[in-house]
Design a protein around this ligand. Structure first.
Ligand code: G3H
Ligand code: 13P
Ligand code: ZN
Length: 306
């Protein structure tokens, strides 16, 4: 099936009240785990590549992901995650991406609007749709430690102004999540009222970054197999489920895939010290990631929508 735009997938999700996963990939095994499971679950999906992934894998990686996605029997968008500039977005579009994120959330509102609008104009001219962000998360953006009182959470009036002025197709909002495996002590606070207030003013699909669940069972297995991950915490499944009913349509997951991959690699190396065939190490890691993708698709409610 030909690639579809992010908006094609996410517009339907927001309209019908389900979420769709944007899963980060960096190699063949991760891409297979995402696509094959999406096909089994009959779910649309976004394959996300960060600038770091593109630097790591170069053109061979983007070509591979593109070829695999184009063979899928479910709707797939290839998405640039956290594009840092107009030039970066153009490079992704040229590499065949059908969705790009321009992340100017660290800039002031005027610059964010201006740069997002530039990307929107170029992307729309060639049939690509655009994600933008306002407000700030922790983790990758590293500007603030997010708390419920944090002034950097997305303001509903700003969200409305921003989406109208920039022309972005879907909007990432800061509602208490952060990237990585340490999202705060205990159950991280998610500002559901804020999601509802933004959704009341913005009809476009809303995006939740930093949405990984960081399952305790995976963290325990990782540490039992020689890992050392302290203070791990993720977003509770109930918060994700509720956020979807409130207007979140795109849900980003990278950390859970990384945890699954590393846990299984550690276990294989621990349990089979004589093994040195990469396929016997990476194959089980791929199977472990499939289960993460399956559980996330079922949590988001996107299974059976393709
Ligand atoms: O939000 C960022 C993603 O987890 C990608 O991370 O830049 O290390 O590839 P990365
Ligand atoms: P996690 O670190 O929670 O998986 O979030 C990933 C993400 O937001 C990618 O853009
Ligand atoms: Zn992110």
């Amino acid at each position: 099936m030909a690639l579809v735009t992010g908006l094609e997938i996410l517009g339907a999700a927001r309209e019908h009240g389900y979420g769709v996963g944007a899963f980060n990939t960096n190699d063949m095994e991760i891409t297979q785990a995402i696509l094959e499971t999406a096909e089994e679950e009959r779910s649309p999906v976004l394959l996300a590549l960060s600038e770091g992934a593109m630097k790591y894998g170069g053109k061979p990686l983007t070509d591979l992901v593109h070829a695999m996605a184009s063979e899928a029997s479910v709707p797939v968008a290839i998405h640039l995650d956290h594009g840092s500039s107009y030039a970066s977005c153009l490079r992704a579009i040229r590499a065949g991406f059908s969705s790009v994120m321009i992340d100017m959330s660290h800039a002031d509102e005027e610059v964010n609007i201006r740069e997002t609008a530039r990307v929107v104009e170029a992307a729309h001219a060639v049939g690509v749709t655009v994600e933008a962000e306002i407000g700030r998360l922790g983790g990758v953006e590293e500007h603030v430690v997010v708390s419920a009182e944090d002034a950097f959470l997305t303001r509903p009036d700003e969200a409305e102004r921003f989406i109208e002025a920039s022309g972005a197709d879907y909007l990432a909002i800061a509602i208490g999540t952060s990237h990585g495996a340490n999202k705060g002590k205990g159950r991280p606070f998610i500002d559901h009222q804020r999601i509802r207030d933004i959704a009341a003013r913005v009809r476009q699909p809303l995006v939740m970054h930093g949405a990984s669940g960081v399952p305790t069972t995976l963290v325990e297995r990782l540490n039992a197999a020689g890992g050392s991950l302290a203070d791990a915490s993720g977003i509770h499944d109930d918060d994700v489920r509720q956020a979807v009913t409130e207007g979140i349509a795109k849900i980003n997951t990278d950390t859970d895939l990384r945890l699954a991959f590393t846990t299984r690699v550690r276990e294989v190396l621990r349990d089979k010290p004589a093994e040195f065939d990469p396929r016997k190490i990476l194959g089980p890691a791929r199977d472990e990631m499939r289960e993460v993708v399956r559980q996330r698709i079922r949590l988001f409610g996107s299974g059976g929508r393709a």
